[in-house]
Design a protein. Structure first.
Length: 371
């Protein structure tokens, strides 16, 4: 598996994540009680013995840099290779305008010299906001065995995402149509994970940039679906693409199902995260936790039901927390009542307050707010 290189896209994208991405990119959104979204992409590559990974950044990246550090938590702190941060000042602005990259090709074009330094024969392209546990080594083997130019990893579940890419696949596994912006999606949902040869990636980036083309799915996949051998690898397990507050909430709540947790956090392919460095959680004599995920360092003296608590959350006596996701160091004071709330880091809900959202439209409390 030393023949595979990883590139993770963590630049800003247009999304419906509202307050959750005011100070961070979607790749650094906390998920599952102790993880960041990017932990899953890094762990997927680490479990396949991928030793060289580049992360494409652009804006609002300080949170991600703080989380990644040197990459030692994913065994990517190395003298040669390892984790490479591809920062915004490395990009040439001649191809795009505004605050967003128009597509993956444009982002890769900005670090074209980095592509020349890749030592491996194959490259895995992944989005940093994808929560999944993939057998990357198996996917690479299938890619080589099939003789594909590009292998696209697709999800088999029925969960649809806004602005998603969909693939119609023939019986032989070859992609026949690449579709997006569909009112009624059909085919397999793309997970934005692709494997191709390093040489093909370099040639594709050069060709697209010379014609002012910047979109991976339109200018590469869709335009060449009939003259390139694009094949699909169908993944039947859990996969979440964090693109909206509604999807973030729905997918977080699914983790309360033991079967889904077992699928995402299987021992054969562990998911690594930055250590929380917290003491054990405390549940007081009057505290109750029902069907919830409670991380280290929490103090619960009220009721927590069907909720996810990140490290350092405080729920004081008399407080009730139902169907909520509370990020690090959130404090819910005495007799407060929360339902269908996503609270960002360092939020304080004052005593006797009542905040109730809805499962179809959960309320988001911005980082550091005091309600």
């Amino acid at each position: 598996m030393n023949g595979l290189h990883g590139i993770i896209f963590s630049y800003e994208k247009r999304s419906d994540l509202r307050e959750l991405t005011e100070t961070r990119t979607s790749a650094s959104i906390p998920f599952g009680g102790r993880y960041r979204a990017v932990d899953f992409a890094l762990s997927n590559l680490m479990n396949a013995n991928v030793g060289d990974v580049g992360i494409v950044l652009h804006g609002r990246y300080q949170s991600l840099l703080d989380h990644l550090g040197t990459g030692k938590d994913w065994d990517l702190s190395r003298k040669r290779g390892g984790l490479k941060i591809l920062p915004p000042f490395a990009y040439s602005r001649q191809w795009g305008e505004g605050d967003f990259f128009r597509g993956k090709i444009e982002a890769l074009g900005g670090v074209r010299s980095y592509l020349d330094e890749i030592r491996q024969d194959y490259v895995a392209l992944m989005d940093g906001d994808l929560v999944v546990n993939l057998p990357i080594s198996e996917i690479l083997e299938e890619h080589i065995r099939s003789g594909a130019d590009v292998t696209a990893v697709c999800g088999s579940d029925s969960f649809r995402v806004e602005d998603g890419t969909y693939f119609e696949v023939g019986q032989d596994g070859r992609v026949s149509e690449v579709l997006y912006n569909l009112h009624t999606p059909r085919g397999y949902r793309g997970l934005e994970v692709y494997i191709l040869s390093t040489q093909l990636l370099r040639e594709t980036v050069d060709d697209c940039l010379s014609h002012d083309r910047y979109s991976w799915r339109r200018d590469v996949l869709q335009s060449h679906v009939h003259d390139m051998n694009i094949r699909a690898y169908i993944w039947g397990g859990y996969a979440a693409q964090i693109r909206s507050v509604r999807e973030y909430y729905d997918r977080s709540m699914q983790l309360l199902d033991p079967a889904i947790r077992a699928d995402l956090f299987c021992p054969q392919r562990p998911i690594r995260a930055k250590s929380a460095d917290k003491a054990s959680s405390y549940i007081g004599p009057k505290g109750r936790c029902v069907n919830s995920l409670v991380s280290d360092g929490c103090s619960v003296e009220g009721l927590v039901e069907n909720s996810i608590l990140f490290p350092g959350v405080i729920v004081e006596e008399g407080a009730q927390v139902r169907n909520c996701v509370l990020f690090r160091e959130t404090a819910v004071r005495r007799n407060a009542e929360l339902a269908y709330i996503i609270a960002d880091k360092n939020v304080e809900v004052l005593a006797d307050r009542t905040l109730i959202g809805h499962s179809s439209y959960p309320l988001v409390l911005a980082k550091g707010s005091r309600v």
